[in-house]
Design a protein around this ligand. Structure first.
Ligand code: GLN
Length: 308
């Protein structure tokens, strides 16, 4: 562990401790409503192998929509540019589970990082795979990028999402009616709920995101996960779309590609330098971690890591 980096991280997180607990935990998924809103964890993994941890950095939390970055990567590897015939790559300006745009835009979601887009991505991953095989492929990808075979899905969270996922079921059925889902709606939802229920700690998540900061190849294991061009493009989608209708605010305050989840986690990518993961479960009205965003803003400012 690098002392300077650890000190920087501690200084940045200590400075925003009064933000912890502002906002609400995601109560619409009952299993997430039980999480302690006072948690704060953060981890930085740099491209040259330094690691820094703060607070609850080793406590697993629900990845939720951060998983959409990993499924997008897999789908692009699977069908390449053809993905863009079924999902756009523009910011939505709407909430993550909005249905309004879908009708006007004929069942083509604005981008792969909102729920509708992630459901299309799941449909792609179901090509030549059973739902269980698709879930296994997603888990395997997160395990290999994090270089940690212990990463798993929390079955209680997946079950809780399935029991209350009426909005996601609506989105999926709506897209099915436009012919933009080719598989059974229940199978698509099953895969989606399980990807969201993957549990990771900040330390695991930062490590899992590192390939996006290093042109698609893992700097430690040297595994070439994706091409440099694809890594750049995924980063650009994260920057523009990773925080839904608050993506502009995140770019303004933090200034890096990032992806949030309603579990309270955020993954931020600093190209050529580091991956950062933060976790604090209380959310803004847009569904992004309040204290997590404040921590990232402070970390990136202190490190001078904004891409702008
Ligand atoms: N599982 C959540 C949902 O489908 C994911 C949303 C999120 O993290 N923004 O609503």
């Amino acid at each position: 562990m690098d002392k300077n980096l650890s000190q920087l991280l501690a200084r940045a997180c200590d400075a925003i401790r009064n933000e912890i607990g502002t906002g609400q935990v995601a109560s619409y998924i009952p299993a997430l409503a039980r999480v302690d809103p006072k948690k704060l964890g953060a981890a930085i993994v740099t491209v040259d192998g330094q690691v820094a941890r703060y607070g609850d950095a080793d406590e697993p939390f629900s990845m939720q929509s951060i998983s959409k970055v990993f499924t997008l990567t897999l789908a692009l590897e699977q069908i390449g540019e053809k993905l863009w015939e079924r999902v756009g790559r523009e910011p939505s300006g709407n909430s993550f589970n909005s249905i309004v745009q879908l009708e006007r835009e004929h069942g083509i979601p604005r981008n792969p990082l909102i729920n509708a887009g992630a459901l299309v991505v799941c449909d792609v991953l179901l090509c030549q795979r059973s739902p269980d095989q698709a879930i296994a492929a997603i888990l395997e990808f997160v395990r290999s990028t994090s270089d940690d075979a212990s990463v798993s899905t929390d079955p209680e969270v997946a079950q809780s999402e399935a029991e209350t996922g009426f909005r996601n079921a609506s989105l999926a059925n709506f897209m099915k009616s436009f012919g933009n889902l080719t598989h059974d709606v229940d199978d698509v939802l099953h895969v989606y709920f399980h990807q969201c229920a993957i549990a990771v700690s900040c330390a695991q998540l930062a490590r899992a995101g590192l390939f996006l900061a290093t042109n698609g190849s893992d700097p430690q294991t040297h595994r070439p996960f994706i091409s440099a061009q694809r890594a750049r493009r995924i980063n650009s989608i994260m920057l523009m779309c990773g925080h839904y209708d608050a993506s502009g605010e995140f770019a303004f305050r933090v200034g890096t590609p990032g992806k949030s989840g309603v579990g309270g986690g955020i993954l931020a990518i600093v190209p050529d330098r580091a991956a950062i993961a933060v976790w604090s479960p209380a959310l803004t009205s847009a569904g992004n971690s309040h204290a997590g965003t404040a921590a990232l803003e402070q970390i990136v400012r202190e490190a001078g890591w904004s891409i702008f």
